[in-house]
Design a protein around this ligand. Structure first.
Ligand SMILES: Cc1ncc(C[n+]2csc(CCOP(=O)(O)OP(=O)(O)O)c2C)c(N)n1
Ligand SMILES: [Mg+2]
Length: 204
């Protein structure tokens, strides 16, 4: 007997994920965002944030800052707080989650796992195609949910858009540190054309 052919499921995109986060997370809930492609989508597609609830550190543009900032804010106010972090940035700072576990903070860390340094990979393909630079994708892809569990946090992994809203609500109601790992499309371009224009022309 022939098996019915399954329709392939489209991969979750960062844009879809950010729009869903914006719809589910209350506008006054603080969101701290790291550097990377998810940041570009968040700048463009987070639309419901109340004044003072959206934080992005672009002073030096260093990766790995959002988790520590979200922990600090959460220690101060003890309210549900979100960190948006790429898989590359998460690998730089995931151990800090242990502090949130010890302090029992209502922190939700959302990881956008596209399997590498997506922003740099996109720049490499746009500006240095054929220049022989190595790929910025990770081999193998890292899995962040087990790392969160290893330091005592709860963790969920989501691969489909239809599961994101319910999983995010579950994390927000948990009142203890949770990591929500999203497996997102590694081929989705980030909307950073205007930034690229500024970098290549000096803004002229
Ligand atoms: C400490 C530090 N090292 C390197 C960079 C350069 N950099 C900017 S974005 C980026 C990749 C980010 O990867 P990831 O966190 O996975 O986010 P993605 O772009 O894949 O969404 C790198 C290496 C930086 N901004 N900060
Ligand atoms: Mg990445």
């Amino acid at each position: 007997m022939r098996r019915p052919t399954r329709k392939p499921v489209d991969p979750l995109t960062m844009r879809q994920a950010i729009e869903c986060i914006d719809a589910v997370v209350p506008p006054t809930t603080p969101i701290f965002c790291d550097i990377g492609n998810a940041m570009c989508h968040a700048i463009r597609h987070l639309r419901r944030r109340a004044p003072g609830s959206w934080h992005l550190s672009l002073v030096l543009g260093g990766m790995g800052n959002a988790l520590g900032q979200a922990i600090g804010a959460c220690v101060g106010k003890r309210q549900p707080t979100i960190a948006l972090v790429g898989d590359g940035a998460a690998l730089m700072c995931i151990g800090e989650l242990r502090t949130a576990v010890e302090q029992r903070l209502p922190l939700v860390v959302i990881i956008f796992n596209n399997g590498g340094w997506g922003m740099v990979e996109q720049g490499r393909n746009l500006d240095f195609a054929g220049a022989g630079l190595p790929s910025m994708l990770f081999t193998p892809k890292a899995r962040l949910a087990p790392m969160a569990q290893a330091v005592g946090a709860s963790a969920l992994t989501v691969t489909r858009l239809c599961d994101l809203g319910p999983s995010l609500r579950q994390c927000l109601s948990h009142q203890e540190p949770t990591l929500l790992e999203l497996w997102v499309d590694p081929n989705e371009p980030a909307p950073f054309e205007s930034r690229r224009h500024t970098l290549t022309t000096g803004g002229n």
